[in-house]
Design a protein around this ligand. Structure first.
Ligand SMILES: Cc1cc2nc3c(=O)[nH]c(=O)nc-3n(C[C@H](O)[C@H](O)[C@H](O)COP(=O)(O)OP(=O)(O)OC[C@H]3O[C@@H](n4cnc5c(N)ncnc54)[C@H](O)[C@@H]3O)c2cc1C
Length: 588
């Protein structure tokens, strides 16, 4: 490690410094001033997740000195919590082993196919940036081999479909990083030892990469949050470094070659996400992956403050995939269906409750803040294209549109949930799952802390429906649920069960009455998940400004970058490597 060097750069602008989480306002003046550098490296990577770790390792392997900044106490970001399903294809050794035909051209064709649409007519790939997809297609298989070389162990089986989300129609590409014996952040425990090599989990991607990064000399600085970029002039010249907050101490870090933004997206920043969808107001604070790490748009905001452009907004707004999801765990703030926080987790004090996993939506009804049902509870979230999802499939053909099954009913639960209740305000307000003691028995729930969050108002119990309605008081439901409305809703639903028909929303044969005390209300708002739009980049992952010009010395990839509609880890790891390589190749 190089000795800390103090240096001054004349006329540098600290632009974006002081951006607070949630603030969209660039710092006053972004004034030009002298910067005192506290530390330096060739490449400074911001964020130690699915982009940042590969970027840092690649840059280091290409000869650069690297500082990797991480805002949290541990590395991994959302990637370490992920299912470890990694859709890297294009002719990987794993695909070859199982005689699966795939190629970079096939990936490119798949991920730019204008004719693939979901049952609501929304296309997965139509608005992808061709330059970015080509780079991904060409680097997909090499990145798989590279991950293996860095120590990532994949479950030893044929590439499949599991966990896929807008990953292309033509070939199975999902590989699965094996959990092995690392403790999982959400439980604090490893999976049982026999299951380690066959269980897909993000821990199996991140911990080997972390080990390789440390071994290869990447300086990982935990609890160092980037709060601004330093550029020569507010909107011109090179990006020279970053400003960091380390537990209240401000530091300036010089990047002799480049800065890489790998901060993981923007869905946790209410004002930022509402640029794309005004409905996503504050009550949707159940962002998947939080409270381990936060998608606070800090990377996007800092880059925009030095002139960067956003890109590919449709990919965030489009109703496909898991940009927004239906809650899977209820009665807690963080209800993402594939992630239940357990008391052994290092962040359980922030998550506060594990939630009740819903096995069957027949057991509950969902009501909005007015105490009214709004949709068939058994309907799931938006759909996404995946291997063989469209059959027969003719790439780029009108036939795909003709063969697509238009089925608006099966994909509009979320829109009904987010619709609001007729007031001139955005946001659908809270959604409550209402159920009774019989449902608790059927689901074998234990409706007590730490499974439910009573203290902060995410779970309520009462002996009558009216009493329950009056009790449901919390930040987003300040006056409780209207008791008459809730009683009527339950009575009507029970009559639908008697009649065997949901006359309001067509829930297929409503099965169970809500009739046995005690009664329960559990928080069940939709959960925000992916960011698929972010900073404009080119194929090298260089950040582009509002005039279409490269911002010298600034790179970005993954969920903070735009132009690429695909869920998750493949685009992140590939873009991390590209950014690391290109950054290391910059002249000092
Ligand atoms: C529960 C869950 C399951 C998932 N499962 C899958 C799956 O099976 N397959 C798949 O393909 N995808 C999956 N995903 C999505 C995938 O994990 C993400 O797309 C991917 O991790 C994004 O990579 P990233 O590097 O952009 O962000 P992250 O991996 O989130 O990393 C960003 C890092 O940057 C840090 N950071 C942010 N701001 C700053 C700052 N200002 N200064 C310093 N550090 C900062 C964060 O703390 C974080 O550590 C899942 C996501 C979740 C939440």
């Amino acid at each position: 490690m190089k000795k800390t060097r103090r240096e001054f750069f004349k006329n540098a602008a600290i632009a974006g410094a002081g951006i607070a989480a949630g603030s969209l306002v660039p710092p006053a003046g972004a004034a030009t001033k002298r910067v005192k550098w506290d530390r330096e490296a060739d490449v400074v990577v911001i964020g130690a997740g699915a982009v940042g770790l590969p970027a840092a390792i690649q840059a280091r392997q290409d000869g650069a000195s690297v500082i990797l900044l991480e805002a949290q106490k541990d590395v991994g970001g959302h990637a370490i919590l992920s299912g470890g399903n990694v859709p890297l294809g294009g002719g990987t050794s794993a695909q070859k082993k199982y005689n699966i035909a795939d190629s970079p051209d096939l990936i490119f064709s798949d991920l730019t196919d204008w004719s693939v649409v979901e049952p609501n007519g929304f296309p997965d790939y139509r608005y992808n940036d061709r330059e970015i997809i080509r780079a991904f297609a060409d680097n997909s298989a090499p990145t798989y081999e590279w991950l293996v070389a860095q120590g990532v162990i994949f479950v030893n089986k044929s590439p499949d479909n599991a966990g896929g989300n807008s990953v292309g129609n033509s070939a199975p590409r999902e590989m699965h990083s094996a959990a092995m014996s690392w403790p999982r952040p959400e439980t604090g425990k490893p999976v049982p030892s026999a299951a380690g090599p066959i269980t897909s989990h993000g821990i199996g991607l991140i911990r080997p990469l972390e080990a390789t990064a440390r071994k290869s000399g990447v300086q990982i600085l935990l609890e160092h949050k980037m709060v601004g970029l330093v550029r020569e002039n507010p909107a011109s010249g090179r990006v020279l470094g970053v400003t960091v907050d380390n537990k209240g101490t401000k530091l300036n870090l010089r990047a002799k070659k480049a800065v890489i933004i790998a901060t993981g997206g923007s869905t946790g920043n209410v004002n930022f996400r509402r640029i794309f969808d005004p409905r996503l107001t504050d009550e949707y604070h159940s962002v998947a992956g939080e409270p381990w790490s936060f998608q606070d748009a800090s990377g996007e905001l800092a880059a925009m403050a030095v002139g960067a452009s956003l890109w590919g907004a449709y990919n965030q707004v489009g109703e496909f995939g898991i940009n927004i999801t239906k809650a899977g765990y209820i009665g807690c703030q963080y209800g993402y269906r594939n992630l239940s926080w357990q008391p052994g987790s290092a962040v359980f004090h922030l998550a506060r409750a594990s939630g009740l996993g819903v096995g069957d939506w027949q057991y509950v009804i969902l009501v909005n803040q007015a105490g009214l049902r709004f949709y068939d509870e058994t309907v799931d979230q938006y759909k996404a294209n995946n291997f063989k999802a469209l059959q027969p499939y003719t790439p780029g053909s009108y036939r795909n549109l003709v063969n697509a099954k238009y089925d608006p009913r099966s994909v509009n639960f979320l829109n009904a949930a987010l619709a609001g209740t007729g007031l001139p305000v955005n946001g659908g307000g809270p959604i409550w799952a209402i159920f009774d003691a019989d449902a608790v028995k059927r689901e074998r729930w234990n409706p007590e802390p730490p499974n439910v969050d009573i203290e902060k108002g995410y779970f309520f119990t009462a002996n009558t429906i009216a009493e329950l309605a009056n009790k449901v008081v919390m930040k987003y439901q300040p006056k409780g649920l209207p008791a008459d409305a809730l009683q009527n809703t339950v009575a009507k639903y029970n009559s639908f069960v008697d009649a065997g028909k949901d006359a309001d929303f067509g829930k297929p044969t409503p099965k169970y009455k809500i009739q046995t005390a005690p009664f329960y209300a559990a928080w069940a708002v939709p959960v925000i998940h992916d960011t698929r739009a972010g900073l404009r980049i080119n194929w090298k992952c260089q950040v582009i400004d509002l005039n279409g010009q490269v911002i010298p010395g600034l790179y970005c990839g993954g969920e903070s970058a735009g132009g690429f509609s695909e869920h998750g880890l493949a685009r992140c790891t590939v873009q991390g490597r590209i950014a690391g390589k290109e950054a290391a190749a910059e002249k000092t």
